[in-house]
Write a protein that binds this ligand. Structure first.
Ligand code: ASP
Length: 315
């Protein structure tokens, strides 16, 4: 029988709704209590409560604690399931695929509804994640939500209902009545990082472009605060309001600038860049681009090496 490590970090899957159903708090129910409501005989499950937070509060210390927990678990587990809040699940999934190089499945899941809500989706998603982690066809970092299996570059598409995750290229597969079906696999070559502590993750922030933009005023303060990179979430295919563009142009020294799009399904091509030193994020979301840039800068990558790494997501 396979052994699956189950690392719990919190989220709405461990959330509890108030009796009036108006509010709820994420990250309350311990993983042992969640598991007691689930019937799964397909594997030996080894649970571990790493944290119990609302994932809107995810931070770099917990990220690296998660990476180290995964490293340790991979030594004797056949696969890993991670329960996570859906707010930043896509960020953690993207980070993990850059840091953990393994053929074994690492499956993230969460829930859009608290554990005691009517029609709660958590146990179903957890069951599906365990099924995926046990599948011989599942490899590397995956996400399962709403009966679908996604590559890490998926995103939370709605806060309404249980059908909450989507992906640029659609799902990789589905879980139906406990059966795991893959339609395709991800073949993209990814950069890999050996960082195992927060020092490997440089300060990078995201600036949003929108009409009548005044965000350029904070650039000096960001640099003084130790920010080394900025991802601009441009409008459309990477367009940036002229005021923000001008401010960025006067702060180029010591700041690496990557241009992504604020549109959920977008592609920013190098040809669309509005300044010669900027780097195009390709199909990466601003959140994924920020993680990639932070790891590259944290690892001491040159401007050329950063451009090459981003080019992998622009083919
Ligand atoms: N705020 C929650 C969290 O990310 C939302 C969720 O899990 O759906 O922890």
């Amino acid at each position: 029988m396979k052994k699956i490590g189950l690392i719990a970090t919190g989220g709405t899957i461990a959330g509890v709704q108030a009796p009036d159903m108006q509010t709820y708090t994420a990250g309350i129910v311990p993983i042992g209590a969640l598991l007691s409501g689930l019937h799964f005989e397909g594997a030996e499950i080894c649970p571990m409560q790493l944290a119990n937070i609302d994932s809107c509060d995810m931070g770099v210390d917990l990220w690296f604690a998660l990476v180290r927990a995964i490293d340790a678990a991979l030594a004797d587990m056949d696969g890993i399931v991670i329960t996570h809040g859906t707010d930043t699940l896509e960020e953690s999934a993207f980070l993990l695929q850059l840091l953990v190089a393994t053929h074994k499945p690492i499956v993230l899941t969460g829930a859009n509804r608290p554990s005691n809500a009517l029609g709660a989706d958590g146990l179903r998603n957890l069951h599906n994640a365990l099924c995926v982690a046990c599948s011989d066809n599942a490899h590397g970092v995956l996400v399962t939500m709403n009966d679908s299996i996604f590559a890490p570059d998926c995103y939370k598409a709605t806060t309404l209902g249980a059908d909450c995750f989507a992906a640029h290229n659609g799902a990789l597969g589905y879980v139906q009545q406990g059966a795991v079906h893959f339609l395709r696999t991800e073949s993209r070559k990814l950069p890999h990082f050996a960082a195992r502590s927060p020092e490997g993750f440089a300060r990078v922030e995201i600036l949003l472009s929108y009409a009548h933009n005044g965000l350029g005023a904070i650039l000096g303060a960001l640099k003084e605060d130790g920010v080394r990179g900025v991802v601009v979430a441009g409008s459309g295919a990477g367009n940036v309001h002229f005021a923000l563009k001008q401010a960025l142009a006067s702060h180029t020294h010591g700041l690496t600038i990557v241009c992504a799009s604020r549109v959920a399904r977008a592609f920013v091509a190098p040809a669309m860049l509005q300044a010669p030193q900027w780097i195009a994020a390709g199909y990466l979301s601003p959140f994924a681009a920020r993680i990639l840039l932070a790891l590259l800068l944290g690892g001491g990558a040159t401007h050329d090496a950063i451009a090459q790494a981003f080019a992998l997501f622009g083919d």
